[in-house]
Design a protein around this ligand. Structure first.
Ligand code: SF4
Length: 190
């Protein structure tokens, strides 16, 4: 539900669903209007209300009410891409996985850990170089870092504690104009 939605709004909507429906069975039998009413403030709520009911129904029908624990099975569920699947694996099931959202994608490309066009490609590069014991906490750390320091526009490189290791910083400090070039805009993750 977080797509195109502020974290605070997503949190309230998720809490509303958890409070109303105890499990996948309850949600799979929910009325569309009721679910829509609980999540109406998230972006594209009309589509997402239908999707969460359908997702719950798939989990009931195919997996006997137990959330599957592989990316392959999770991404069969409509609306679930690799990022969401990896969030479920890492945050809900405690399995090592790197969820790559726009923050992780942008920061990885700026630093030089990857040189990729989309988050799925970035994930493939990161799993080659990040030791598996760091996968679980990787997304939350980079998301916070991306909100506070390595912002999409106007990264705070001067106060960044890892700027000595960052390709973007090396390039832009040699040539300050590069911070506004096409490449810099590409690296904003937008
Ligand atoms: S130096 Fe700048 S671009 Fe590099 S990681 Fe830090 S904030 Fe981001």
């Amino acid at each position: 539900m977080s797509h195109r939605t502020k974290d605070e709004v997503t949190d309230v909507a998720a809490r509303n669903l958890y409070n109303r429906y105890a499990d996948a069975k309850g949600l799979s039998q929910a009325k569309y209007e009721d679910v829509y009413g609980l999540i109406s403030r998230v972006g594209f709520a009309t589509v997402k209300a239908r999707r969460v009911i359908d997702a719950a129904a798939i989990i009931m029908d195919r997996y006997s009410g137990k959330v599957p624990d592989t990316v392959e099975e999770l991404t069969v569920i409509p609306g679930v891409g690799r990022k969401t699947a990896n969030v479920v694996l890492a945050d809900a099931l405690g399995k090592p996985a790197i969820a790559v959202d726009t923050h992780v994608h942008r920061i990885s490309n700026r630093i030089g850990w990857s040189n990729t066009k989309n988050p799925d490609e970035t994930e493939q590069e990161l799993i080659k170089i990040i030791p598996v014991e760091y996968w679980l906490g990787f997304n939350p750390v980079l998301v916070e870092f991306g909100k506070k320091i390595c912002k999409p526009i106007g990264p705070r490189c001067g106060e960044c504690s890892i700027n000595a290791y960052c390709s973007y910083y090396r390039e832009t400090s040699k040539n300050p104009d590069k911070g506004t070039t096409k490449k810099a805009k590409k690296n904003s993750g937008k």
